[in-house]
Ligand binder design. Structure first.
Ligand SMILES: NC(=O)c1ccc[n+]([C@@H]2O[C@H](COP(=O)([O-])OP(=O)(O)OC[C@H]3O[C@@H](n4cnc5c(N)ncnc54)[C@H](OP(=O)(O)O)[C@@H]3O)[C@@H](O)[C@H]2O)c1
Length: 291
């Protein structure tokens, strides 16, 4: 059974990363290139692909919501790498922040295409490549909201909970094949995520939806907070996630789960210790304080 090329051994290991227009994906592409990885970053907008190419990357268009772009990007990458792919970092995702009762079903469906079904389509196509190699790393960018639920994040939380179960199952099914599956669970990270979430609120709820909603006052407070850049005592830069990604990719013994930020670690413990009723109180209070 072959294994991943060792760091510094000369043979660059290859990785496909999604969602590299900003944030964690952009940071991962840059930092991994600096560690002698052959990085194939992808983005869903042609202008972001062009920008990545201008930075010297072998970048391709991949939009999880546009299924045809998935085999197209993977095919081009495999052609360049001689059919080998050492790692996949599923990362591109977004939130539509609003109460579930205000969430249009179409918004939820589209979010699941981006945050879940597209990840499955890509992963299914990568697994046979890694099976042939007898080695590979699949790293899934989950979230603290992959194991705790909070108000007004229902769509996103549902997609990340689904991803957690999916990734645990995949890890079991690939056990012993040389393919490792890891989940990264970041808490608040300083990226374009909040700005993108706000844009999605305006897209799906809008002024009209806000004014008609029983949650109007809470939305107004939250929007103001988001517009002001959503300060967070525990917010970390994207490099904190990449540090754990590097462990998941390069360690001979990658962990099944990486918990990034203090809130993620605290919530892991509270979820184990508290009853559902007690945890609800903590999470409702925390969400109310955010407003
Ligand atoms: N920031 C946080 O606090 C935080 C916390 C926990 C987990 N995470 C997770 O971290 C990952 C990266 O997010 P980020 O914080 O770096 O936010 P970000 O700066 O908004 O980056 C998200 C990336 O995902 C891309 N994306 C959105 N929809 C996509 C689609 N349909 N197909 C392919 N790519 C798509 C975005 O592309 P566009 O530029 O075209 O929109 C962007 O490149 C996500 O999985 C997110 O759930 C973030």
């Amino acid at each position: 059974m072959t294994d991943l090329a060792e760091p510094g051994s000369g043979a660059a290991r290859s990785i496909l990363i999604t969602g590299c227009s900003s944030g964690i994906g952009a940071s991962a592409a840059r930092l991994l290139r600096g560690r002698n990885w052959r990085v194939f970053p992808t983005a869903r907008k042609p202008e972001d692909v062009a920008e990545l190419r201008a930075q010297g990357f072998e970048a391709f268009l991949l939009d999880y919501e546009n299924e045809a772009t998935i085999p197209a990007a993977l095919g081009e990458i495999l052609e360049r790498s001689g059919g080998r792919l050492d790692a996949l970092f599923n990362n591109g995702a977004y939130a539509v922040p609003c109460a579930l009762e205000d969430l249009p079903t179409e918004a939820l469906r589209q979010l699941f295409e981006a945050n879940f079904f597209g990840w499955h389509t890509l992963t299914r196509q990568v697994v046979p490549v890694m099976r042939t190699q007898g080695a590979g790393r699949i790293v899934q960018c989950s979230s603290i909201l992959g194991f705790i639920a909070v108000k007004y994040r229902g769509a996103y939380t549902a997609s990340k909970f689904a991803l957690e179960a999916y990734s645990d199952t995949l890890r079991h099914e690939l056990h012993g094949t040389g393919i490792h599956v890891a989940l990264i669970e970041p808490g608040p990270i300083d990226t374009a995520f909040t700005a993108n979430a706000m844009a999605n609120f305006h897209r799906w709820i809008g002024r009209e939806g806000l004014e008609a909603s029983v949650h109007r006052a809470a939305y107004e407070r939250r929007l103001k907070r988001m517009e002001n850049g959503e300060p967070g005592r525990f917010k970390l830069p994207p490099e904190a996630v990449v540090e754990q990604l590097i462990h998941a990719l390069e360690s001979p013994r990658p962990k099944p789960r990486y918990r990034t930020t203090v809130p993620t670690k605290v919530m892991t413990v509270l979820k184990r210790l508290l009853s559902t009723r007690a945890l609800d109180r903590v999470l409702i209070n925390a969400a109310d304080k955010e407003e």
